[in-house]
Design a protein around this ligand. Structure first.
Ligand code: HBI
Ligand code: FE
Length: 288
C-alpha cells in the first residue's frame, strides 16, 4: 500500500486541484443522474437513515455533478468538513493529512458511459455520492478525523495495511444494525446497486459483529463483492473503539500482515449470518 506516484503538474502541494465545475459536459452530468437514479431504486430501505438524511441535507438530488464549493459550505455548517478536488488517488500521507483536517479529497472526474458498473479508481460519483453524505453525521464525521490521525501515526509503524483494513471494513463496506434491521453505511456499497442488494440479502457473505482488533487482522478483496461484512451497533461504537484502542501493541503483533482470510470465521466472532460463500466459490465476478 506504499503508493508512490508523481504529482501532476497542475496539482498544488497538498495534491488539490480546482474542481472545474463549469467544464463538466452535459453527458458527464447525465452520467451522475443515471447512477443516482439507479441507486435510488435500491437504497431507500437499505441505506442507513444517516446516509439518506445526508443526501437530503446536501441537496444531492438536485441533479448533475455537485459543485464542491456550494456543497462544502453546507457540509461545513453541519460538521466542519469540506470536500476538496484531487486528480485521483493521492499518497497515503497526503490522504490522512486531509482527513485529519476535515477535508475529504474527492476525484473530480466521472466514469465514462461504458464503465457505469465497475471502475478501478474512485471517481466523483463514488467519492461524493458514496462518502460525503455520511460526513453530515457528527459522530461519523469525528470518526473520520480519528482515522486520519491514526493513519498519520500508522505510517511510523509500517502498519498501514492493518489500518487500511479498518477503513475498508467500515468506511467502505460497513453495515449497521438498526431497529428496522441491517442497513448500509459503507461508501463502496451504497455506490453500487448490485452490492447494495448482495451485502444485505445474499446468503453468500458472512455478516459478523464489529470487533476492531479482529477486523484489522482480516485480509480483504479489492476486486469483487466482500466475503465478510462487519456490523456496527452505532457510530459511537466505531468512534470510541478507534480512539480508545492503543494500536501500537496490535501493530507490533501483526507486523503489517493479516492472520485471517476474507472468508474466515474466528472462534471469538459474534456471527449474525454464516455465509455459504457460494458466490466467491463459484468464481465471483469472474465466473464463467
Ligand atoms: N486517495 N483520493 C484518494 N482516495 C482514497 O480513498 C485514498 C487515497 N489515497 C490513499 C488511500 N485512500 C489509502 O491510504 C487509505 O484508504 C488507507
Ligand atoms: Fe471510497
Amino acid at each position: 500500500m506504499n503508493n508512490h506516484f508523481a504529482k501532476p503538474a497542475h496539482a498544488r502541494e497538498d495534491w488539490t486541484i480546482d474542481q472545474g465545475w463549469a467544464s463538466y459536459t452535459d453527458q458527464e452530468h447525465q452520467t451522475w443522474d443515471t447512477l443516482y437514479q439507479r441507486l435510488m431504486k435500491v437504497l431507500p430501505d437499505r441505506a442507513a437513515p444517516e446516509f439518506l438524511n445526508g443526501l437530503e441535507a446536501l441537496d444531492l438530488h438536485r441533479g448533475g455533478i455537485p459543485d464542491f464549493e456550494r456543497m462544502s459550505d453546507e457540509l461545513e455548517s453541519l460538521t466542519g468538513w469540506r470536500v476538496v478536488a484531487v486528480p485521483g488517488l493521492v499518497p497515503d500521507d497526503v490522504f490522512f493529512e486531509h482527513l485529519a483536517n476535515r477535508r475529504f479529497p474527492a476525484g473530480n472526474f466521472i466514469r465514462k458511459p461504458d464503465q457505469l458498473d465497475y471502475i478501478q479508481e474512485p471517481d466523483v460519483f463514488h467519492d461524493v455520492f458514496g462518502h460525503v453524505p455520511m460526513l453530515t453525521d457528527p459522530v461519523f464525521a469525528d470518526y473520520m478525523v480519528a482515522y486520519g490521525e491514526g493513519g498519520l501515526r500508522s505510517l511510523r509503524h509500517a502498519s498501514l495495511k492493518n489500518l487500511a483494513a479498518l477503513y475498508w471494513y467500515t468506511v467502505e463496506f460497513g453495515l449497521i444494525q438498526t431497529e428496522q434491521g441491517l442497513r448500509i453505511y459503507g461508501a463502496g456499497i451504497v455506490s453500487s446497486p448490485a452490492e447494495s442488494i448482495f451485502s444485505l440479502e445474499a446468503p453468500s457473505p458472512n455478516r459478523i459483529a464489529f470487533d476492531l482488533e479482529r477486523l484489522m487482522r482480516t485480509d480483504y478483496r479489492i476486486d469483487d463483492f466482500q466475503q465478510t461484512y462487519f456490523v456496527i451497533d452505532s457510530y459511537d461504537q466505531l468512534f470510541k473503539s478507534t480512539v480508545d484502542t492503543d494500536f501500537a501493541p496490535l501493530y507490533a503483533d501483526l507486523q503489517g500482515e493479516f492472520d485471517l482470510k476474507p472468508e474466515d470465521i474466528a472462534p471469538t466472532d459474534t456471527v449474525i449470518h454464516k455465509g455459504t460463500q457460494t458466490y466467491a466459490n463459484k468464481g465471483g465476478r469472474f465466473a464463467a
